[in-house]
Design a protein around this ligand. Sequence first.
Ligand SMILES: *Cc1c(COP(=O)(O)O)cnc(C)c1O
Length: 405
Amino acid sequence: MANTSKKNSVVELTNIYLDHCATTPVHPEVVEAMLPYFRDFYGNPSSIHSFGRNAKEALTIAREKVAKLIGADPSEIVFTSGGTEADNLAILGVSSKFETKGNHIITSSIEHHAVLNTCRYLEQRGFAVTYLPVDGEGLVDPDDVARAISDRTTLISIMHANNEIGTIEPISKIADIAKEREIIFHTDAVQTAGKIPINVDLLNVDLLSLSGHKIYGPKGVGALYIRNGTHIVPVLYGGKQEGGLRHGTENVPAIVGLGKACEIVMKGKFSLNDTLGRLRSRLTKRILSAIDDVYINGHAEKCLSHILSVSIEGIEAESIVRELDKKGIAVSAGSACTSDSIEISHVITALGLPRHVAKGSIRFSLGQENTEEEVDYAANVLIEVVGKLRGMAELETSLNRGKCM
Ligand SMILES: *Cc1c(COP(=O)(O)O)cnc(C)c1O
């Protein structure tokens, strides 16, 4: 959302938000849809009086909208506090249910921390977890999945598309392998639901996570799709809401907002994807033509059109992010500079890039309010910043000091 004139391309723009994978602005129509559920229809959906019935009706409508987005039946949607809780419910809920049958889980090494750290917790509890590698473009090999399966495998969880590099995984192939072996299959679709068409039957998944705030909805709300007949137990215990799978009074305004967000993205019929794809290639071309030793991460075709991950050799990502921020541009870093070392993200690490390249990984993630003008400005500032930081890095090296540039 640029604050300045759209005509003059030399003026400095401000407030250019290119971090939509972290979160998105809430769509004005979503805000409007939510407000009455704070102000007027504040009943508890479990109450039998009219206040309660109004709130319950809102849940029903929102559930239908979320279900429609992914080709599910409304009875298969469980509302959660976000993508993280949906991932936790899927993984903890299935692994606990089948603990006596087996204790092996298969996932990938590039999952979101909501999946990875849940699996690490289960390892502490005695589970065995296989973290599959990916190739240089971030793809999981379905044959690797097949080979990793044992008699004790009860769950496979592979993300639909990665949030750092945008690579779209061969989910239906992996799901078919899981089905053949009668293993439950979960996918984290937080970055794809609402961005590309999804049908849970075509994908052949049993469980699928999505989140509100990545698709212009509010934070703190998401959903887990649970295919009818899938055995799973809850993680939270209480008042038996959400069919006994997610106890606790429902966040009615946020759920209404999530439903509205789903409706809006469906109305757009995913044309947004083409627009963002054009912006992304514009940005890519400018960067590649003006910066030496820069690499594009992720798969060239099997990728989300709103994500552009680049690795810039010889400089540190956090410095780039800070310099871009000074110029009003928000992007994110694929590495963090701690007191004595540079920590590179697990996703970038899994791609196998050399360290001096990996440490300069930044992510642009585009959204519906971005313009060509903003993208051009961001590219120009990046080119300038890289020149400056590379100059400084050379100086640092010649003076032989500074570990974290
Ligand atoms: C953001 C994100 C999550 C977490 O969702 P929250 O709603 O923020 O808890 C999980 N997985 C992926 C791929 C994400 O991008």
